[in-house]
Design a protein around this ligand. Structure first.
Ligand code: TXA
Ligand code: MG
Length: 338
């Protein structure tokens, strides 16, 4: 059932559910998460089962504040502290060396742990109440089935995982794509997943270059897995093709007047710049011209287009600017061959 996340009774029910080792969906500023007590391995196993996610794909632990990290990480490098000080609460996840014996199932067997402090007021309220009840952190992946688009509304969660789940409604997510992930276990900051906190912002905050995940690092540790880095991820049912403006117009010109069936459109175009669209039976949707606004609506837009039953979605490639890195990454994955 979907309950208002601002309702104290709903929050109390959510904490009681978590204490019983069951799952709760919670809003965050990025996407909705499917939460369980991070230190309860049986509860965490329910997350993997509900998502259909392989158990060796590690989950992120959500904590109420920076002080909450110590329960899960045994060491926090200075640059990681600087990143936390600057961006928490907010859409940034740090991978840190895991405290031994803690949250092993959540970590998917790795000796590291992902930690994030979300800014959404409902997530904050839930984390604080849970902490008062002895739950030090909530394991929460995005509340979608494995390989599907992340949910950005409570209704999306219900569509993905059903109405039996207790879903705290916190409205539409403000950021809209998942957190930026920085690996802090390799002696230097390494970007594992781009998000709306960009590399430039990270570098300014910690005074160090942020490395690409393929670059050699000072400690040269084993590179952790990130399921968000699987090529085909965030995929709608329709086939997505990314094209720059010129390619898109050329493809549309070829289509024009051609054999697209009448009636319900079988294909959609999600575009930012002006296109000549005359004469074809196309569903069109305008992409916001600003990266933050595009990120905010991106997953809902793909879901909406998918629901119309179109078989093909042509998407205009984002501008070649770092502010679009997160959006570009999600679109590249949505369009990766399956
Ligand atoms: O914005 C977000 O991060 C959302 C909200 C709910 O907080 N969560 C999210 O979780 O996107 P999920 O499970 O869909 O993606 C987490 C990513 C995965 O790619 C996972 O492999 C990576 O984080 N990850 C988690 N722990 C890790 C670890 N110890 N080492 C490397 N990667 C890790
Ligand atoms: Mg996910």
């Amino acid at each position: 059932m979907i309950l208002a996340g601002t309702n104290p009774d709903a929050l109390a029910a959510a904490v009681a559910t978590l204490r019983r080792g069951q799952l709760v969906a919670m809003p965050t500023e990025t996407v909705y998460g499917l939460a369980a007590n991070a230190t309860d391995d049986a509860a965490v196993a329910r997350i993997f089962a509900a998502k259909g996610r392989p158990a060796n794909h590690p989950l992120i632990v959500h904590v109420a504040d920076g002080a909450g990290v110590a329960a899960f990480a045994h060491e926090v490098p200075a640059f990681a502290n600087q990143l936390m000080a600057r961006f928490w609460p907010g859409p940034l996840t740090l991978i840190l060396p895991r405290r031994s014996g803690v949250a092993a199932a959540c970590a998917g067997g790795q000796d590291s742990i992902g930690v994030r402090c979300p800014a959404h007021p409902v997530a904050q309220a839930l984390l604080r109440l849970a902490a008062d009840a002895g739950i030090t952190g909530l394991a929460a992946p995005s509340a979608n089935r494995f390989g599907r688009i992340s949910p950005t509304t409570a209704q999306h969660v219900a569509e993905e995982l059903g109405h039996d789940l207790l879903i705290l409604d916190g409205g539409a997510c403000q950021v809209g794509i998942e957190s930026t992930i920085v690996d802090c276990t390799r002696g230097a900051p390494v970007l594992l997943r781009p998000g709306m906190i960009g590399v430039g912002d990270l570098e300014a905050a910690c005074g160090l270059p942020v490395l690409d995940s393929t670059a050699p690092t000072p400690t040269d540790a084993v590179q952790p897995r990130a399921s968000g880095t699987l090529d085909s991820h965030y995929a709608p049912a329709a086939t997505v093709r990314l094209m720059d403006h010129g390619q898109l117009q050329a493809a549309l010109d070829l289509l024009k007047g051609a054999a697209l069936p009448a009636g319900v459109p079988t294909m959609a175009v999600y575009h930012r710049s002006d296109l000549k669209l005359r004469g074809s039976n196309l569903l069109t949707r305008r992409m916001p011209g600003e990266a933050a606004r595009c990120a905010q609506e991106l997953f809902a837009a793909l879901r909406d287009l998918d629901k119309t039953g179109v078989k093909l979605i042509w998407v205009e490639s984002p501008p070649d600017d770092p502010s679009w890195d997160g959006v570009r990454d999600r679109l590249e994955r949505a369009s990766a061959p399956r």
